[in-house]
Ligand binder design. Structure first.
Ligand SMILES: NC(=O)c1ccc[n+]([C@@H]2O[C@H](COP(=O)([O-])OP(=O)(O)OC[C@H]3O[C@@H](n4cnc5c(N)ncnc54)[C@H](O)[C@@H]3O)[C@@H](O)[C@H]2O)c1
Ligand SMILES: [Zn+2]
Length: 395
């Protein structure tokens, strides 16, 4: 089975990332060699519980595990401390022990939540990722970042907790909604731009095979992208340096994703203007964050964000216009948005960028391409250049 070995500096061992059609069948036996124990927990996405989930549970049982199952819906609202608390209670009631592995079976929402459960249960138990979306295969399942959303923002509470095994069965992509596949491809295109011109060219040559879910193309796509993510994480596990390159397109994307909520909050005082004054009242909790609910899914926002960042780089004379043309052409062929008539006002978007958790000392940090396969982190982009980049992606 093709495997990618991820080695972390300063640790005695890394972990294996298995990539193969049908890989889930081998999950239990492989895990039994790495983290043998009588008990395991499986945390499943309810959408795939009766399909891939059932196959994974059977495989875990073949590996000798008595499996306790927790099922959760794949929604950002459920990626919460409350869900973590509920799942921890399930593990405690089942008396799972320090060596009992916790296995996440689903997309990034399940992986992030289950990973945080694994990081906190008895101060950390072995964690296994069985990613079932393209995004979670090439991005979320590799690298050890786990965590949940709180009303103040996405992914603000979490930990670094590396898995002991990642098991990627590319066959499961056959049931993935088309839109989710395209969103995962946005991250693959990103990997090409930041680090690997050959990968970018390979995606250009193979888009149709990928969208047609040709098995060989999917294995190659996932393997090449996992290699990139694993290399970046190995170089910079805690995001002190090169891992920041993975944020290419993401500062713009996060603003796009957060803008519906920010707009609603900006409109709120106007609606309250004629309400009677409410003094001495205990502050009401803010409604739950909907920062992620808007017209664009994450990968679509990343697509727009990559075009905005590249437009900015071209205008600033940092990179050649031909790179922007190639990027837009590829994203168009994949079916990802490259311009939009649904963006909020530039002022609102710029304000959100200022509050991004990646902002350092008031400077918006942008990852900008220098040429295909190479990017730089830039801290001193003038506000008018950022505003012009927003205009560049307005339809
Ligand atoms: N930890 C990290 O490093 C990291 C990196 C990137 C993203 N993330 C997180 O990942 C999350 C997004 O993950 P995602 O895009 O995988 O989304 P997701 O987990 O929400 O899954 C997307 C949808 O696909 C469905 N689904 C999953 N697998 C399926 C399959 N094989 N067949 C049919 N339907 C399937 C899910 O039920 C869901 O409706 C976000 O919360 C994001 O913050 C984390
Ligand atoms: Zn992303």
């Amino acid at each position: 089975m093709p495997t990618v070995e991820l080695k972390l500096p300063g640790k005695d061992h890394g972990y294996e990332i298995l990539i193969e059609p049908g890989a889930i069948d081998a999950l239990g036996e492989r895990l039994a060699q790495i983290a043998p124990h009588a008990k395991a927990a499986a945390i499943l996405d309810e959408n795939i519980e009766s399909s891939h989930g059932r196959v994974a549970l059977r495989a875990l049982k073949r590996g000798g595990y008595d499996v306790t199952v927790g099922v959760m819906p794949a929604s950002e609202k459920m990626k919460s401390l409350k869900t973590v608390q509920d799942l921890l209670a399930v593990l405690l009631d089942a008396k799972l022990e320090r060596k009992s592995p916790v296995v996440a079976i689903g997309g990034g929402i399940i992986g992030d939540t289950a990973g945080y459960v694994a990081a906190s249960y008895l101060r950390g138990v072995p964690f296994v990722q069985v990613p079932t979306t393209l995004l979670s295969m090439v991005d979320a399942s590799v690298g050890g970042k786990v965590g949940v959303n709180v009303k103040q923002g996405k992914n603000l509470i979490g930990a670094f907790h590396q898995p002991v095994l990642v098991c990627i069965d590319t066959d499961v992509l056959k049931t993935l909604p088309d839109r989710e596949l395209r969103c995962g491809l946005a991250e693959c295109v990103k990997h090409g731009v930041i680090r690997d011109p050959d990968l970018f060219a390979w995606i250009e040559d193979n888009v149709q095979r990928i969208l047609d879910l040709e098995s060989d193309a999917l294995v190659e796509l996932v393997k090449r992208n996992v290699e990139i993510k694993a290399a970046v994480v190995t170089e910079d596990e805690k995001e002190q340096g090169v891992r920041a390159h993975l944020n290419f397109g993401h500062t713009f994307a996060h603003a796009i994703e957060a803008s519906p909520q920010a707009q609603a909050e900006a409109d709120e005082p106007k609606r309250r203007r004629f309400a009677p004054p409410q003094r001495f009242e205990t502050p009401k909790p803010k409604p739950e964050s909907h920062a992620y609910e808007g017209p664009y899914a994450h990968g679509e926002a990343v697509s727009l964000g990559m075009v905005a960042a590249t437009s900015l780089a071209v205008s600033a004379g940092r990179c050649d216009g031909a790179l922007l043309d190639r990027l837009v052409a590829l994203l168009d062929r994949i079916g990802l948005p490259t311009s939009s008539d649904k963006l909020a006002d530039t002022d609102l978007l710029m304000g959100i960028m200022q509050t991004d958790k990646k902002v350092k000392d008031g400077h918006v940090r942008l990852v900008l391409p220098d040429r295909m396969g190479a990017v730089s982190v830039v801290n001193d982009t003038p506000a008018d250049a950022i505003a012009a980049a927003w205009d560049a992606i307005r339809a």
